[in-house]
Design a protein around this ligand. Structure first.
Ligand code: ADP
Ligand code: MG
Length: 353
């Protein structure tokens, strides 16, 4: 986990208050809405007039959401923060204040917890978020990281999942499927390592895919870009479960159907190549992989010209009447139902070629 030359400090040496102090003493407040951060019984926030406050939480459990054998602790801290920022971006807002609760098992050293905090603080620095508090406790069942994010959005710019109408264009930022392929690479290397610990993991060749899995980014930049280009999404969600599941969330909340074009789904070349290596249809990784943390949103048809010229955004389909269901038009120009069964059929058919 850490450099074996260093002497590690057991948690018991510092105690709870010593640890909190060590982790948080260098934290500075940046946002004018944060009146008081760490140190009192509660942080104090003064929202600006005409701003709505957004709040969201994510819970990460060792063995369920991450594996400390292959997730570097720094990246784990970064990811724990960023997945929360992504939820705020999905409301068309900006993350502003973060709280983090950690439960740590006895096997962890002070240095290990500091690594996690380096990642959390880095994410806060990159995204201009104030780290304003948390809680620290021991855990009998592995590492627990629970992060709560507070964000803000102008009243008239908030975007819900429920705002889409039939004919709205379905758009997605960036590219999809990479995080899932990154996970498959890590699992493969972990197995190889367990079988023979002399074999060093072959990871450097897959920087992009590993970064997508281990150190994702929240697309707060897309929120800015849309505002700059005068585009107001009608509905929005961040892609945490996979395109298929998340577009269905938009449809369900908006009471619409949808049509997604397989050939429009943005997939990076490295995702494509690695999917082939794992004998997976790249589209299936994009549809069902998850953890890409891109923004999936809808816009009015009248915004087509604007969205077409917005860099890094792909139009992948459109909303339909709810009676038409959720459909995928495949590369062979067949219309299949957008659900788990659909992919299996698609997968079997495509891998035969
Ligand atoms: P309490 O006993 O009231 O929960 P604590 O001693 O746990 O207070 O916390 C003292 C201060 O340190 C609070 O401002 C709290 O938000 C902050 N804090 C505690 N644990 C963490 C942590 N893991 N990360 C960041 N801040 C923390
Ligand atoms: Mg406490």
């Amino acid at each position: 986990m850490e450099d074996s030359n260093e002497k590690l400090t057991p948690l018991s040496e510092l105690g709870e208050f010593g640890l909190i102090d060590k982790l948080t003493s260098d934290i500075k407040i940046k946002n004018s809405t944060t009146l008081v951060g760490i140190g009192d019984d509660a942080a104090v926030i003064k929202p600006k007039n005409d701003m709505l406050t957004l709040v969201s939480k994510d819970l990460l459990l060792e063995g369920v959401h991450f594996d400390i054998m292959y997730a570097p602790l720094k990246h784990l801290g970064y990811k724990a923060a960023v997945v929360n920022f992504s939820d705020i971006a999905a409301m068309n807002g900006k993350p502003k204040q973060l709280l983090v609760g950690i439960g740590v098992g006895a096997k962890f050293s002070v240095e290990a917890i500091e690594e996690i905090y380096i990642g959390i603080k880095k994410a806060c620095e990159v995204y201009g978020v104030d780290f304003i508090g948390g809680d620290t406790t021991s855990s009998a069942s592995g590492l627990v990281i629970s992060a709560t994010i507070i964000g803000e959005v102008e009243k008239d710019r908030i975007v819900y999942r429920k705002g889409a109408s039939p004919n709205d264009l379905i758009c997605v930022s960036g590219d999809l499927g990479g995080a899932y392929l990154g996970l498959l690479i890590l699992e493969r290397e972990k197995k190889a390592f367990q079988a023979n610990s002399d074999i060093q993991p072959e990871l450097s060749a897959h920087d992009y895919l590993l970064q997508r899995q281990l150190k994702p980014e929240a697309r707060v930049d897309v929120v800015d870009l849309l505002a700059k280009n005068n585009i107001s999404p009608t509905s929005m969600i961040d892609i945490s479960d996979g395109l298929a599941s998340d577009v269905m969330h938009l449809c369900k909340a908006s009471n619409t159907g949808c049509v997604i074009s397989e050939d429009k789904i943005p997939i990076d070349q490295s995702t494509f190549d690695m999917a082939k290596e794992f004998n997976i249809v790249p589209t299936v990784a994009a549809l069902n992989g998850g953890e890409d943390y891109e923004l999936l949103f809808t816009v009015k048809q009248s915004d087509y010209e604007k969205i077409k010229t917005t860099e890094g955004i792909s139009v992948i389909g459109y909303m339909t009447d709810v009676s038409e269901g959720e459909r995928l038009v495949t590369n062979d120009n067949e219309s299949v139902e957008l659900k788990a069964q659909g992919w299996d059929a698609l997968k079997n058919k495509r891998t035969k070629n």
